[in-house]
Design a protein around this ligand. Structure first.
Ligand code: GLP
Length: 236
């Protein structure tokens, strides 16, 4: 693991933007794994402002809520369209997320996993949940897991309730890339900012390799870069 501690959230996000820009400069047809969440907002803002040319990349997001249509304002498809795909002029054809309202979510998960495996991912971007989840791989997820349907924990639903009218409106299930799917990416960059992530960051970097902290699986990856601000590094 390479650990980069930046002075603040803006500097940490800027560092991630630089990494993505360097990759697409070298490989304009890169296959990028993307993430949602508040932590990623400054990254997408920075990419939109940058001269990074994303017209030829192919993207795969980590996860999507089950039961929300792509058009639903709280779907991760809507999040990505508003913050990155729309402003950067990226088409539906080049941007992929699991379909949250597929009639058979398990079959949709298998289809998505196969689509990722076709060319793999050059870079997977990750945030981290306060309980150490990556994507929606909640604590105790198998380290060998593949894309599948997961039940969200009460804590994750509470953490994400701020994006919905109330907690009851937060979906109970999601389709998420598995931990093994994430580990297959050729480079993984995890961004964490703020004191709310400090315990999860410490467990990921210094704790034992354990399904109790899904992000600790990144200890197994030969090219994992952890980018944090001083607040998220405060329990190290
Ligand atoms: C959700 C997403 C994760 C993200 C996490 C943290 O649960 N599925 O991919 O890392 O939220 O989000 P935030 O950055 O808003 O703290």
């Amino acid at each position: 693991m390479k650990l980069l501690i930046l002075p603040d959230a803006a500097a940490a996000a800027a560092r991630v933007v630089d990494e993505i820009r360097d990759l697409v400069d070298q490989k304009p047809e890169a296959r990028l794994g993307l993430a949602t969440g508040g932590t990623m907002e400054p990254v997408y803002e920075g990419l939109v402002k940058s001269d990074a040319d994303l017209r030829r990349v192919t993207t795969f997001n980590l996860d999507e809520y089950v039961g929300l249509s792509p058009q639903h304002p709280q779907s991760y498809r809507s999040f990505m369209e508003a913050r990155l795909f729309g402003p950067k002029g990226m088409s539906r054809k080049q941007t992929h997320l699991p379909n949250g309202d597929a009639p058979d979510p398990e079959a949709e998960a298998d289809r998505y996993e196969a689509q990722i495996a076709e060319g793999g991912l050059d870079l997977q971007l990750l945030g981290i949940g306060a309980n150490g989840h990556i994507g929606f791989n909640e604590p105790t997820s198998s380290l060998g897991s593949r894309t599948r349907v997961k039940t969200l924990t009460r804590r994750t639903r509470a953490d994400n309730a701020r994006f919905f009218d109330d907690e009851d409106a937060v979906p109970r299930f999601a389709i998420t890339m598995g931990i093994a799917t994430i580990l297959d990416a050729r480079h993984v960059i995890l961004l964490a900012t703020g004191t709310a992530k400090a315990e999860a960051v410490a467990a990921m970097v210094e704790g034992p390799l354990s399904a109790v902290c899904p992000a600790s699986a990144l200890q197994l990856h030969r090219r994992a870069t952890i980018v944090v601000d001083t607040a998220a590094a405060s329990s190290l």
